[in-house]
Design a protein around this ligand. Structure first.
Ligand SMILES: NC(=O)c1ccc[n+]([C@@H]2O[C@H](COP(=O)([O-])OP(=O)(O)OC[C@H]3O[C@@H](n4cnc5c(N)ncnc54)[C@H](O)[C@@H]3O)[C@@H](O)[C@H]2O)c1
Length: 256
C-alpha cells in the first residue's frame, strides 16, 4: 500500500471534478495518503478512470457521477459517500468550467449562467450537503477551488472571474458559519495549470490563454500535482488552525 505519510488514513475524502486535471491529481494524492476516495465527475467514465488509478496504486476508491450544478445530484453524491464508506471527513470542491470568454458586453445569458451554475452554485451546493453531514458527525475539512481569477480582475473572462471571486467570498462566509461545528473551510486559488481546461482555452481564446501565461515570476505554468499538494495540506490536520483562508498557488502571477 503506497501510503506516503498516511495523512488521510481511514478518512473518507470526496473530490468533485475528479475525472481530469487538478481533481484527478488531488484524488490520486489523497488515495496515496490512505484516504478512501470518492471520485466524482459529471463524466462517469472519467470519474471511474480516476478511481481505477487509485485502486491500481493499492488505494481505496469508488466513483460517482454527479453534476455539481444539480441539487439532486449533489444530495445523492453526499449520500453515496456516507453510505459507501461510512462518513465524510474531507472534500475538495474542484469541479469547474472555463466557458463564456470575451468582452462582457458580448456575453450571453446562457454562457454566463453555465459558468455561475458550475463554478459558484456548484460549490455552494456541495458545501450545503457536506456541512449538513459534517456538522452532525464530528466536523471535517473542506477546500474549495477558486482561481487567480478569484483574486485579480481577468479581462476577457468576466463570468469566470465573478464566479471565482464568489468562491472566495463563499469560503469566508462558510468559515464564519461552521468553524464552531468543527468544520474547517478554506480555498485554493491556482494560477495557470497544465490541464485539459487550459488546452481548451488555448483553442477557444488563444489571446486570453497567452496573457495568463505571461508575467509568471516562476516562468512556467503549474503541474496539476502542485495545486493538489496545496489542497491536500489545507484539508489535512497539518493546517489545523487555517480557516477561511484562500491559498494562492500561482507562481507569483498575482503579485505583479
Ligand atoms: N487549469 C488552470 O489553469 C486553472 C487555474 C485556476 C483554477 N482552475 C480551476 O481548477 C478546477 C479544475 O480545473 P482543471 O484545470 O483541472 O480542469 P479540467 O477540465 O481538467 O477538469 C475539470 C473536471 O470537472 C468536470 N466538470 C465540469 N463541469 C462539471 C459539473 N457541472 N459537475 C461535475 N463535474 C464537472 C469535468 O468533467 C472535468 O473532469 C476548476 O474549478 C478550474 O476553474 C484551473
Amino acid at each position: 500500500m503506497p501510503h506516503r505519510d498516511g495523512l488521510f488514513q481511514d478518512r473518507t475524502v470526496l473530490v468533485t471534478g475528479a475525472g481530469s486535471g487538478i481533481g484527478r491529481a488531488a484524488a490520486v494524492a489523497f488515495g496515496a495518503e490512505g484516504a478512501r476516495v470518492v471520485a466524482s465527475d459529471v463524466d462517469p467514465q472519467a470519474a471511474a478512470g480516476t478511481a481505477e488509478l487509485i485502486d491500481a496504486a493499492g488505494g481505496t476508491a469508488d466513483s460517482f457521477a454527479a453534476d455539481v450544478s444539480a441539487e439532486s445530484d449533489v444530495e445523492a453524491l453526499i449520500g453515496f459517500a456516507v453510505a459507501r464508506f461510512g462518513g465524510l471527513d474531507a472534500a475538495l470542491n474542484n469541479a469547474g468550467v472555463p466557458g463564456a470568454v470575451g468582452p462582457l458586453d458580448e456575453l450571453d445569458s446562457v454562457g454566463w449562467e453555465r459558468v455561475q451554475n458550475t463554478n459558484l452554485r456548484g460549490v455552494w451546493l456541495c458545501l450545503k450537503y457536506e456541512v449538513g453531514h459534517m456538522k452532525n458527525h464530528g466536523g471535517g475539512a473542506i477546500v474549495n477551488v477558486s482561481s487567480v481569477a478569484g483574486i485579480v480582475g481577468n479581462p476577457g473572462s468576466a463570468a469566470y472571474t465573478a464566479a471565482k471571486h464568489g468562491v472566495v467570498g463563499l469560503t469566508r462566509a462558510a468559515a464564519g458559519e461552521y468553524g464552531a461545528a468543527g468544520i474547517r473551510i478554506n480555498a485554493v486559488s491556482p494560477g495557470l495549470t497544465r490541464t485539459p481546461l487550459i488546452e481548451g482555452l488555448k483553442r477557444d481564446n488563444p489571446a486570453l490563454a497567452a496573457s495568463l501565461g505571461r508575467n509568471i515570476p516562476l516562468g512556467r505554468a503549474a503541474e496539476p500535482s502542485e495545486i493538489a499538494e496545496a489542497a491536500l495540506w489545507l484539508a489535512s490536520a497539518k493546517a489545523s488552525f487555517v480557516h477561511g483562508h484562500t491559498l494562492v498557488v500561482d507562481g507569483g502571477f498575482s503579485v505583479l
